[in-house]
Design a binder for this molecule. Structure first.
Ligand code: MLT
Length: 401
């Protein structure tokens, strides 16, 4: 007998999820594009929304994948669980990568993971109930992961006047968790050495922690810091998260790292020890094959191949920038970043422009409002598309704008 019993669970759920927008930004975009394609199956859509790479993995990376796969198929060289914090060969290669900035990091300060997004989301686990400072606009994972844990978030307003690089001037002096993304996703703004020094000094003075997201550092040209550890004093106040996704085309391959300097302590506790404990408990490492591929991307040849892909994407950025300039549309980014951040024409709101562009020219971008309230009225285009798609999008934008 089944009856009409109320089958609802009696458990408590994480009510903090109720404070989030219904869908994650890029899921919302995918949903809207799917609806549009269902209604217009013939539409030839150009996707410059999510920052997903399109260039294939480089030859040296592919060779490393193949060689490592052969090892995994051989009883003598087969490997089981990877070390929780990454194989020494990769931790050492990453530490070596920092030497060119030049920054001294030791291999045991590097923690390998499956993505910068995972580390950004997971780091909340080792932090208590602090006040959080997050630039607006910015990558939505910072805000969402803090809201999921019930944290209090305050925003640092980015705008055209401060070059989307807010500084600590005028902020109450107390301890915070401060997120900085440079080059910034979505605006492409890059902190100068002076700007970053202000944040490092503020953090050291107030006992705050900076979570520095350097996922786009490889796109920098000119004299801007690639790593926060180029700034004196950063080792006592900052962790740095970086990734192979955009640099080496690993969005589908998955590998990243976070640096916890030994000096980073809260009272008697080293943050690295908390992170080690967290990762050892909840994470089983990145596969051997992928770590060998990541190591290959950091070799001289691998770096040369990565630079070729970056140059390709930056040429895409130039193609889009040319159109925006010819139409007198104000934008930032596209120089040290694969993203172009433009003002929506005629004062349109971000999601209205998203719909307009999709309807009229079947081009998909990312509405600025999805990156925070300060992003309203802006729109992001990525240069990670293929050349063909970028040229086509540029022609359509030229026609519409
Ligand atoms: C973006 O489009 O902002 C990125 O692809 C998102 C990510 O890296 O997770």
């Amino acid at each position: 007998m089944t009856g009409c019993m109320n089958m609802s669970l009696k458990i408590k759920i994480n009510e903090n999820y109720g404070t989030l927008k219904k869908n994650y930004l890029f899921s919302e975009i995918a949903k809207r594009v799917k609806l549009y394609t269902e209604a217009h199956p013939e539409a030839d859509i150009v996707r410059l929304g999510i920052g997903d790479v399109t260039r294939p993995l480089s030859p040296v990376v592919v060779k490393a994948l193949k060689d490592a796969s052969e090892e995994m198929g051989n009883a003598a060289t087969f490997r089981g669980y990877a070390p929780e914090y990454g194989y020494d060969f990769l931790r050492e290669a990453i530490a070596g990568y920092y030497k060119k900035f030049p920054v001294e990091i030791t291999a045991d300060e590097v923690f390998v993971s499956d993505g910068a997004k995972s580390d950004v989301g997971n780091i909340v686990d080792i932090l208590g109930d602090n006040e959080i400072l997050i630039p607006d606009p910015v990558y939505p994972v910072y805000v969402d992961s803090n809201l999921m844990s019930g944290r209090r978030v305050s925003f640092l307003n980015g705008n055209i006047d401060n070059g989307f690089s807010p500084l600590p001037d005028g902020i109450a002096e107390k301890p915070y968790i401060i997120y900085i993304c440079s080059p910034n996703n979505p605006t492409g703004a890059v902190y100068t050495r002076d700007g970053l020094k202000k944040w490092v000094d503020f953090a050291n003075k107030t006992g705050s922690l900076i979570i520095f997201d350097a996922a786009y550092e490889a796109f920098i040209t000119g004299d801007y810091p690639h790593s926060i550890y180029e700034i004196e004093g950063a080792r006592t106040c900052a962790v740095e998260i970086c990734s192979f996704s955009k640099t080496a085309g690993f969005t589908g391959t998955r590998c990243a790292w976070t640096v916890f300097p030994k000096e980073l302590e809260a009272g008697e506790t080293k943050l690295a020890d908390l992170w080690s404990r967290r990762q050892a408990t909840k994470f089983n490492g990145v596969s051997y094959v992928v770590q060998r591929a990541a190591e290959a991307a950091l070799t001289e040849e691998g770096q040369r191949e990565c630079k070729e892909s970056i140059a390709y994407y930056m040429e895409n950025a130039r193609i889009i920038a040319d159109v925006l300039e010819s139409k007198n549309i104000r934008f930032t980014g596209g120089k040290c970043s694969p993203y172009l951040w433009l003002e929506c024409p005629n004062g349109m709101k971000s999601w209205d422009f998203f719909d307009y562009l999709l309807e009229k020219e079947q081009v998909v971008g990312t509405p600025g409002a999805g990156f925070g309230n300060a992003g309203e009225g802006y729109f992001r285009l990525t240069s990670f598309g293929s050349r063909e798609a970028t040229v086509e999008a540029a022609a359509r934008l030229k026609r519409l704008l």
